[in-house]
Design a protein around this ligand. Structure first.
Ligand code: SAM
Length: 507
């Protein structure tokens, strides 16, 4: 494969790495690709997953939830995938979130988030506590981001489709942690996606560098004093990596590099911030020295495609720090007023209308009383956008004026006095949070038939329900496979009507 690599890329890597290391780097392109998956610890503990995993897994050293699986295994074709028990992710791409050290309760921004691999990793670390704002400026890519968050069962994420500069007035100084997984020239993707080679041109590095510079400066303004930014790329060029960090340090003296010390990772290369790749003498010596504390993941030094990661801290009393954005006033809609459809707006433009405090939540409350054992949205703020109800994480600033794709966990639709639960609600619940469940064993042929969208024969005694209250079998049931929710069904008279969304079906 290495004979397909762009000549200008090879020439540059030879200059940077020197002949010995360049040889090893080049040989890595002829090694077989490695494959990774990350266990969703929000849904299953690692030992339990390992015990029942149908895949041969070996740990990825730099991420506790990450495992290599073998070529030929197809984790995307398994009911556990449909239950959101793992995310398939390139192993070195798991490093940035690990280094961000997200804790439950943090307010975290994933600024360039689609399709959401790293967002799901952050969400698992938040364990449902705190606020996760995910954003991507590309409206089509945001759809995959929404789907992945729903599949993962994330309850506390807000999805935006915005230009970062428009987010600054809303989120100035708000976040504890920000991930910038920057758009880049993708040199670390050549082995995984050969198309990236044909797209790569020398000038794409220059274009990406100017985007990255802008995004870093914008993110810096949304971080609270004492907060952390992880900046990452899947490319090797110093213009997009060390030079970006050196420039940020010179422009924003309130930032410092936190040294990344992991045996598997190589240090950042201040000596590569030089002509002809980078402007000579453009950065202070102090900033250049600091970038040695950033990290490079090389495909010839570890089992992964390659990444660059920098961990930055904004000092506690940053000069000119603004007050954090104010929390929005509680906005639980009042009962009995008119509803309007925001669903269409979400579908067409990927964007919600402004919330309306006008929809009766009674049908939702009745559904929750009948079906839910726990109060999964108790800590959130219920908001209605048109006919659609969301549980919005508490502590969010007012989002007016922003392109909001999901203002929180999508709970369902309120139509003509009825409530239709969303697929996202099913995926965010646990087995023991529902009062009416149809639980299918992994080996039960009906599990696959459910995922294919078929109606199932289910005997009344198979509907697990609240025996204390003499609950009827008829109505919505949470369908689980091997104890993990996969969607809704509606039971009536020995049949389970399939509510699995068409776009999610097993094909
Ligand atoms: C490397 S990808 C992100 C991958 C993602 N973090 C993941 O793990 O799945 C970079 C993303 O940045 C988005 N992007 C490009 N320019 C942007 C900008 N100015 N603001 C926000 N997102 C941007 C692209 O649409 C792309 O989805």
């Amino acid at each position: 494969m290495n004979n397909k690599l762009p000549a200008a890329f090879l020439e540059k890597m030879m200059d940077l790495l020197g002949s010995d290391e360049f040889e090893r780097f080049l040989e890595s392109y002829d090694q077989p690709r490695v494959y990774g998956m990350r266990i969703n610890t929000q849904k299953i503990e690692i030992p339990e997953f390992l015990e029942k995993s149908p895949f041969a897994l070996t740990p990825i050293p730099w991420v506790s939830e990450g495992f290599y699986y073998e070529e030929g295994q197809r984790p995307g074709k398994h009911p556990y995938y449909h239950a959101g028990l793992y995310y398939i992710q390139e192993p070195s791409a798991m490093a940035p979130v690990e280094l961000l050290d997200v804790q439950p309760g943090d307010k975290v921004l994933d600024l360039c988030a689609a399709p959401g691999g790293k967002s799901t990793q952050i969400a698992a670390k938040l364990k449902g506590e705190g606020v996760l704002v995910v954003n991507d400026n590309h409206s089509d890519r945001v759809k995959a981001l929404v789907k992945n968050l729903e599949l993962f069962g994330v309850r506390n994420a807000v999805v935006l489709n915005e230009k970062p500069e428009r987010m600054i007035p809303v989120f100035r100084g708000y976040f504890d942690k920000i991930l910038i997984d920057a758009p880049c020239s993708g040199e670390g993707m050549f082995r995984k996606e050969e198309d990236m080679m044909s797209q790569w041109q020398r000038h794409s590095v220059t274009e990406c560098s100017s985007m990255q510079r802008e995004i870093l400066g914008q993110a810096a303004q949304m971080l609270a004093a004492g907060g952390y930014i992880v900046y990452s790329t899947c490319t090797f060029s110093p213009e997009e990596n060390e030079a970006q960090i050196a420039e940020l340090l010179d422009r924003h003296p309130e930032f410092e590099v936190v040294r990344i010390d992991r045996a598997e990772f190589a240090p950042g290369r201040p000596d590569w911030v030089r002509a002809p790749w980078c402007a000579e003498d453009a950065y202070s010596e102090q900033a250049l020295a600091a970038v040695a504390g950033t990290a490079r993941l090389w495909p010839h030094r570890l089992k992964g495609e390659g990444h660059y990661v920098a961990l930055l801290r904004k000092r506690d009393s940053a000069p000119g720090e603004m007050a954090p954005a104010m929390e929005a006033a509680a906005a639980v809609p009042a009962a009995g007023e008119r509803k309007r459809s925001g669903r269409e707006a979400l579908r067409r433009g990927g964007r919600a209308e402004a919330p309306r405090a006008a929809v009766s939540l009674e049908p939702l409350q009745a559904f929750a009383g009948e079906l839910l054992r726990s109060e999964p949205f108790a800590a959130a703020r219920l908001v209605c956008y048109g006919d659609h109800a969301y549980a919005s994480p508490a502590g969010l600033p007012e989002l007016h004026g922003l392109k909001v794709v999901r203002p929180g966990w999508y709970i369902g639709a309120l139509h003509r006095g009825r409530f239709e639960p969303s697929h996202a609600l099913a995926m965010g619940l646990r087995f023991d949070e529902a009062k009416r469940v149809v639980s299918l064993a992994l080996g039960d042929a009906r599990a696959l038939r459910y995922l294919k969208g078929e109606t199932l024969e289910v005997a009344e005694e198979e509907v697990i329900r609240d025996s204390d209250t003499g609950q009827a079998a008829k109505g919505y049931c949470l369908v689980c496979v091997d104890g993990h929710p996969v969607g809704w069904g509606k039971w009536h008279d020995g049949m389970l009507k399939n509510e699995y969304p068409p776009g999610w079906r097993w094909t």
